[in-house]
Design a protein around this ligand. Structure first.
Ligand SMILES: *Cc1c(COP(=O)(O)O)cnc(C)c1O
Length: 388
């Protein structure tokens, strides 16, 4: 569909994102309908879960209605309570914090490192108090946080680690898949992510002992998952819970992309690399900064961003690109500066990079189906803006 657009003319609008579509989605959705199983935990949900379990080595992958809901499930599983503190970056999506605020916890925001925009792992231990219960690293742009340090701090202080790996599907840290290193990992399959089902997500569970409660919270507080497997004769209300399982129709849409996962990843990485190479001369002249991928991290080209000198220049570049029909967009307004962040959370220590760098960060178009010519056109216009 969108991927099969006519040859580039130079006058076409280049969108920021186009939801992934490989061609088999409708056939699989039709199959789900013909299976007469369009509710949750049908054939395609099973296929998707097993695919992630086999690929990542996690004990269990439970498909959810969103990454937001996967994170809420993780907060329930960690038994987060009012007054507990949860350490996370402020430069993230609202859901990272909301999941814990809904349990009455206080998000404690720690500054990011400017090279990756991930939480600065060296500042985490200073933010730990006797009320701290968990650390939530967010793998920005599919580039891993420094997990060895984070897991070590967590182990020494008895804290849970919940990875917000919404952007991290198919990316890894020292050979381990993002989302599998913490007690829990959360993926997103929103239409803006590398692999999509419209709205959807997954909870990755590292320890087999946590699977039973996760299934109960996800199935309205019942042991219906066991009932479907024939392990109990009736399902009963066991605990509080909610409905976090997506329709099999959505899982069928996602399955079509997982079959093409390598190809999607390869193409995104190629575009990322082209942007990087074409913009390196500007970076060498210190006009812009480019993202960095630390040693040991394999990223997934979830996004390509650059940093301008300041907020004003960023807005001017964005407007200039828009004039040329290119949609480039900024990213998060830091949570600690937003109304709810002020009400529910607090920033630990000094905000050296979170605000300043978020204001000068601009994301360029990146999606499956973006052509080499499109990327070259975008890079040309960025260069033209700088008179290069
Ligand atoms: C996309 C995203 C989310 C939310 O994902 P949904 O599936 O839309 O709930 C959470 N955290 C981060 C870092 C994200 O990028």
């Amino acid at each position: 569909m969108n991927q099969k657009k006519p040859p580039f003319t130079g006058h076409e609008k280049i969108r920021f994102n186009v939801p992934p579509f490989t061609g088999k989605e409708f056939a699989y959705m039709k199959e789900a309908v013909e299976n007469q199983k369009i509710c949750g935990d049908g054939e395609f949900t099973g296929r998707v879960s097993r695919w992630f379990e086999e690929r990542t080595g996690t004990a269990k992958c439970l498909l959810t209605t969103s990454c937001t809901h996967a994170t809420e499930l993780a907060a329930l599983l960690c038994d987060i309570r009012p007054g507990d503190e949860v350490i996370m970056p402020s430069f993230t999506f609202v859901s990272t914090a909301n999941a814990f605020v809904l349990r009455g916890a206080v998000p404690v925001f720690v500054d990011v490192r400017p090279d990756t925009m991930n939480i600065d792992e060296t500042l985490i231990e200073g933010a730990v108090t006797e009320r701290t219960r968990a650390i939530v690293p967010v793998h920005y742009a599919g580039v891993s946080c420094e997990m060895d340090t984070i897991l070590d701090v967590a182990a020494r202080h008895g804290l849970y680690v919940i990875e917000d790996a919404a952007q991290g599907v198919m990316a890894s840290y020292k050979g381990r898949a993002l989302g599998t290193m913490g007690d829990f990992g959360c993926y997103s399959f929103h239409e803006t992510k590398n692999y999509s089902m419209g709205e959807g997500g997954a909870l990755l569970i590292r320890e087999p002992k946590d699977v039973e409660m996760a299934e109960i919270y996800r199935e309205k507080g019942t042991d219906r998952s066991k009932y479907f497997r024939g392990q109990v004769d009736k399902y009963r209300w066991q605990e509080y819970g909610s409905s976090y399982l997506p329709s099999d129709l959505n899982a069928a849409y996602l399955w079509a992309q997982l079959e093409q996962a390598e190809e999607i990843n390869r193409q995104r990485l190629a575009r990322w690399q082209e942007y990087y190479e074409m913009l390196t001369p500007l970076a060498r002249q210190n006009r812009i900064e480019l993202p960095s991928v630390p040693e040991g991290c394999v990223h997934n080209a979830h996004m390509f961003y650059l940093k301008t000198a300041d907020e004003k220049e960023c807005a001017a570049l964005r407007a200039y690109l828009k004039e040329h029909d290119i949609l480039a967009v900024s990213h998060y307004v830091p949570l600690h500066s937003a109304p709810a962040g002020k009400k529910y959370g607090r920033f630990f220590g000094e905000d050296r990079y979170t605000t300043k760098d978020s204001e000068r960060l601009l994301r360029l178009p990146m999606y499956y189906g973006l052509t080499r010519e499109d990327a070259a056109f975008v890079a040309e216009k960025v260069k033209a803006f700088y008179g290069a």
